[in-house]
Design a protein around this ligand. Structure first.
Ligand code: SAM
Length: 202
């Protein structure tokens, strides 16, 4: 219920799930991060207006609109599905009609996350179980390459994290766990209902 109400507030449509007809074991289905989880996390985790966040596997764009509305932060949503990308664009048109004046942008790119060219100013990266560990490794490699070229501090934010993502970050990358935030209303029933933040760089 809360999700529908929040969607209405932002003038967007992001509820529901979307399965793939020819499901690949690498690419997961669409399902948005619950707004209650976002509320809990962003009570504890600050974004600055200079941050640039990338949502890898953004679906219909719930997270980009939420972040833009709440923090005035620029967001890039990456989505491989043409259908979901179109829905994100429709949401953007509706959202923009009433959006607060802001110099921050929201943009959507239809491409594979593993092919997205990380930009020098991208510094916050969000993942809600979008794809397999193999693809995650490639994306993290791309982020680290970008940091090597343009030194900066970057955060990886995981919602509902899987053990293979965590193990990879902890054992095979220079990222360090700096924060864990439990989703208050859901964690008791499901211990995967949490956010983890890993940081690397200056
Ligand atoms: C669980 S949903 C997360 C949606 C959104 N990030 C959120 O938290 O509200 C995962 C999304 O990742 C997309 N996806 C899966 N594999 C992808 C890939 N390789 N490149 C881009 N998007 C991908 C799916 O189409 C789906 O929309």
């Amino acid at each position: 219920m809360y999700d529908k109400e929040y969607d209405r507030l932002l003038r967007i449509k992001t509820v529901g799930t979307r399965e793939w007809l020819h499901q690949s074991s690498h690419y997961n289905r669409y399902e948005a991060t619950p707004y209650k989880a976002l509320d809990d996390f962003f009570q504890d985790y600050e974004l600055k207006s200079t941050d640039k966040l990338v949502d890898f596997g953004c679906g219909k764009g719930r997270l980009p609109f939420y972040i833009h509305n709440r923090f005035g932060v620029s967001v890039t949503g990456i989505e491989m599905s043409g259908q979901l990308y179109q829905e994100a664009l429709e949401n953007q048109a509706n959202y923009m009609q009433k959006a607060k004046q802001s110099s921050a942008f929201i943009r959507f790119e239809r491409c594979l996350a593993e092919e997205y060219e990380v930009e020098a100013k991208d510094n916050r990266f969000y993942f809600f179980n979008p794809f397999s560990i193999q693809i995650f490794m490639t994306v993290i490699d791309n982020i680290l390459l970008s940091v090597e070229q343009q030194k900066r501090s970057v955060d990886i934010i995981l919602y509902y994290p899987t053990s293979d993502y965590i193990e990879f970050l902890e054992t095979s990358t220079p990222f360090e766990l700096i924060k864990g935030v439990k989703v208050s209303s859901m964690y008791e029933k499901d211990p995967n209902e949490l956010f983890l933040v890993f940081r690397f760089g200056e």
